[in-house]
Design a protein around this ligand. Structure first.
Ligand SMILES: Cc1ncc(C[n+]2csc(CCOP(=O)(O)OP(=O)(O)O)c2C)c(N)n1
Length: 550
């Protein structure tokens, strides 16, 4: 058995069954080993950012890592943005990065670079495997480390001679201890906080946004009036009719501060304490209100469900009935298409057990509100803020869950980063409906230009945010990549296209022609409106918040 074969068997034995690849010469022995391992599915991607984003989407839905196969430092670098998103989402990914043969490194050949340095930016675990005999054990360690908790990116660098030499030994996963439940003293203190009657919020992230944990948190909310919030960009949130409704912390810090205003206790469950996405002149970075005590019920490495269950018992909320969202859908939209009407149509038509990948940016602001009472579904979001994640993530989610429809809502700007994902959707015949929100703009950056208080907003600056001239034709691009596509300019056309796409197996793309959500006076006044919220009495501020964002 050569090194590559031992690595393949180690991966498959550990349950790593999918490899998203973009190989080169140094990975050829691993590629050859694919045919001897029937348990491994190999999925070719045409850009490394698609491979890494797909591995992220797969792991979010499968609950276990996929492997990527990447070509030296340059291939890994191309995939970095989506590995960053995986890292921020605490998603397990195992990268296999080919390298030159060990004796070739000293010649500094064309593709030679410092792979470990590239890997460290996103990977908690990095190792260049030094010998064929150790490769299986290194791989098993990489997989175990990736799985966590917390989930993380592990990068195994595979020199070509370590891969091709004989003497490979497959290895089993090392024993993993069960994650610990929060300490009794912590649970006691938090139980006291929730029973105190003081305004309290519980911020749920990571695994706390899955059904079992949500139901426990909702018991606490129902019994003690604790407010439930979800982190701003959840890795995976289960929602819809029959599940507790949890409001997400708003992206705009001014709106988030309205959500958190007056809280005396904030309980973190698999979530970080909330901070503003960016710094803005004169604004606070830390969103925790003054005088609010922050408690950690479950840290990233702890048992989330177990800690919540222990709190429910300790606080005496076991008999509380968790309130759940009723089944309600909006009507079908009509007239000229807008981002809001796309979201309304999705609320009206979303099938059972759909997976929504939300990278719709400004056009999707109303998606959470308009799908709140739709049949239960999962939403995957842009955890690390590095755009170009949505289409690849949809590939991975569809491979993890072949029996569930995937709906990817993507801004036109974001779509252009990793459009090659469409080709993989076509080749693998994935049930993904991609909706591209074509507003011909980096619209959010128009908002940000106002918010940062930039002096000049002249033609050169504005042209950096403008995607017209030439306009992007997603129907043609999609067809060129093998995915049938249609364009919708009215709500009726969009509804018909969505119904057809959802009813027909395989991938589809709908180009939704929508105006920018923030333009003209509304855009100019937004910073002042947001600043004013900070001074307004809470009920008024909340009412305005409800109009600006769900
Ligand atoms: C990797 C990366 N590059 C650049 C950015 C900066 N950025 C944030 S949003 C955005 C444009 C988004 O445009 P689009 O997807 O069309 O959505 P819209 O804002 O128009 O709703 C850009 C370039 C980023 N977040 N990540």
């Amino acid at each position: 058995m050569n090194g590559a074969q031992s690595l393949m068997q180690t991966l498959a034995d550990a349950g790593v069954e999918v490899c998203f690849s973009n190989p080169g010469t140094s990975e050829m022995h691993f590629v050859a080993a694919l045919d001897q391992e029937p348990r491994m599915r190999a999925v070719l991607t045409l850009f490394e950012g698609v491979a890494t984003g797909a591995a992220d989407g797969y792991a979010r839905m499968a609950g276990k890592p996929a492997a990527t196969l990447l070509h030296l430092g340059c291939g890994l670098g191309n995939g970095l943005a989506n590995l960053h998103n995986a890292r921020k989402g605490r998603v397990p990914v195992v990268n296999i990065v080919g390298d030159h043969a060990t004796y070739h490194v000293r010649y500094d050949a064309q593709l030679q670079s410092d792979i470990e340095t590239v890997a460290r930016n996103v990977s908690k675990w990095v190792r260049t495997s030094a010998s064929t005999q150790d490769l299986g054990r290194d791989a098993a360690e990489a997989i175990a480390d990736a799985m966590g908790p917390p989930g993380q990116v592990a990068t195994l660098i595979l020199p070509a001679d370590v891969s091709w030499s004989d003497g490979g030994l497959p290895a089993a996963l090392p024993h993993a201890a069960a994650p610990p439940i929060a300490e009794t003293a912590v649970i006691d203190a938090i139980a006291q906080a929730v029973r105190s009657g003081e305004p309290t919020a519980m911020l749920l992230g990571g695994r706390a946004l899955r059904e079992p944990a949500l139901l426990e948190a909702a018991r606490i909310a129902a019994q003690f009036g604790v407010k439930l919030l979800a982190e701003v960009f959840p890795t995976r949130i289960e929602r819809g009719a029959g599940l507790p409704y949890v409001e997400r912390v708003a992206y705009l810090a001014e709106l988030a501060s309205v959500q958190l205003r007056g809280m005396r206790h904030l309980i973190l469950v698999d979530a970080k304490s909330p901070v503003s996405f960016f710094a803005y002149p004169g604004k606070k970075s830390d969103l925790v209100p003054e005088g609010c005590a922050v408690h950690t019920l479950a840290a990233f490495e702890q048992d989330v469900e177990g800690s919540l269950a222990a709190l429910v018992e300790r606080a005496g909320a076991r008999q509380a009935v968790p309130p759940v969202q009723a089944a309600v859908r909006p009507g079908r939209p009509r007239g000229k298409l807008t981002g809001e009407k796309v979201c309304k149509a999705i609320g009206a038509l979303l099938p059972e057990r759909a997976i929504i990948v939300d990278e719709a940016q400004t056009s999707g602001v109303l998606l959470p509100a308009l799908t709140r009472g739709a049949p239960r579904h999962d939403v995957l979001t842009l955890t690390g803020g590095a755009i170009g994640q949505g289409l690849p993530t949809a590939v991975g989610a569809a491979i993890a869950c072949p029996d569930r429809p995937v709906l990817a809502l993507i801004g036109d700007g974001a779509a252009m980063y990793t459009l090659q994902a469409l080709w993989t959707m076509a080749r693998e015949r994935l049930n993904v409906t991609s909706v591209i929100m074509n507003n011909a703009s980096y619209a959010i950056l128009n908002v940000e230009l106002q918010r940062v208080g930039a002096q000049s907003q002249g033609p050169k600056a504005l042209s950096q945010l403008d995607l017209r001239n030439p306009g992007l034709d997603f129907v043609q691009m999609s067809q060129g990549l093998g995915v049938p596509a249609t364009r919708a300019t009215t709500a009726e056309e969009f509804v018909a296209a969505l119904e057809k796409a959802l009813a027909t197996p395989g991938p589809h793309l709908i180009e939704a022609m929508v105006p920018s959500a923030f333009t003209g006076l509304k855009l100019k006044l937004l910073p002042r409106l947001l600043s004013a919220l900070e001074g307004l009495p809470h009920p008024v501020a909340r009412a305005i918040k409800g109009k600006v964002a769900p």
